[in-house]
Design a protein around this ligand. Structure first.
Ligand SMILES: Cc1cc2nc3c(=O)[nH]c(=O)nc-3n(C[C@H](O)[C@H](O)[C@H](O)COP(=O)(O)OP(=O)(O)OC[C@H]3O[C@@H](n4cnc5c(N)ncnc54)[C@H](O)[C@@H]3O)c2cc1C
Length: 213
């Protein structure tokens, strides 16, 4: 048997969507190592558009007054996706999203809000055009990240085209990434310490969505 420097219950490769898995495992009491190949957190997830999450009937939407039903959401999803993926996988996604949001919201470091974005296939059965199936994480101010400040990947134009980095301390980072860092659940981290730009994109989103935390 080879000698390992460290042994953990869960090893997560990549700090995009995988960071939620790392957070969840740590919250459930498992030891976690999150490894990231680049010098910043976030991957594509950090600079993806509005960061909208299509999770029908979740508690955020319910509080906002949504009258959607899981059956209607399933009907829409099945019509759009068809048989390209197994039906039980589709059902698990649609039914599991609300439970995931409820689980994350139990941690005060996470906050979500409605992202009023219509379903893309508006003519499909039970499509919603009022935007009441999307939510987004409320951005967290970079200065709240302590030792991790500046380590979240920048917006597309900065990251890929080299446009000037936004420098304002008011610029926020995506809540889902930042909150996981703030809570300190990443028990082991392989990461360069380059201090990088923040997310102008999320400042814009924060403005649109009513501010940061
Ligand atoms: C402009 C844009 C807008 C988008 N908008 C939305 C949206 O609104 N809603 C939506 O649902 N989707 C959106 N998407 C798609 C979505 O962002 C991606 O599907 C999603 O972020 C992919 O997540 P991921 O965790 O698989 O990959 P990533 O977020 O890219 O994370 C992968 C991470 O793994 C790291 N990595 C790779 N190889 C290794 C290795 N060997 N060891 C360690 N680390 C490694 C990478 O460096 C990276 O950090 C958008 C995408 C783009 C580009």
């Amino acid at each position: 048997m080879p000698e390992f420097d460290e042994t953990v219950d869960v090893l997560v490769a990549g700090s995009g969507g995988g960071i939620t898995g790392a957070y969840t495992a740590a919250r459930e009491g498992l030891s976690v190592a999150l490894v990231e190949a680049t010098d910043k957190f976030g991957g594509t997830t950090a600079y993806s558009g509005g960061g909208g999450m299509w999770f029908p009937c979740n508690p955020v939407l319910r509080r906002a007054g949504s009258d959607d039903t899981t059956e209607q959401a399933l009907n829409y999803f099945h019509a759009v996706v068809g048989d390209r993926t197994p039906r039980d996988l589709q059902d698990a996604y649609v039914r599991g999203g609300a439970a995931l949001v409820e689980y994350l919201e139990a941690d005060d470091h996470f906050a979500f809000t409605v992202l009023p974005w219509p379903d893309y296939f508006g003519k499909a059965p039970d499509a919603r055009t009022d935007g009441m199936r999307h939510i987004v994480a409320v951005p967290v101010r970079d200065e709240k990240l302590g030792p991790y400040a500046g380590l979240v990947r920048g917006p597309l134009d900065n990251d890929r085209l080299g446009t000037p980095a936004p420098g304002s301390p008011a610029i926020a980072v995506p809540g889902s990434v930042a909150a996981a860092l703030v809570t300190g659940v990443i028990l082991s981290l392989v990461l360069g310490l380059t201090v990088g730009p923040l997310l102008e994109l999320f400042q814009t989103a924060a403005t649109l969505l009513g501010g940061t935390r």
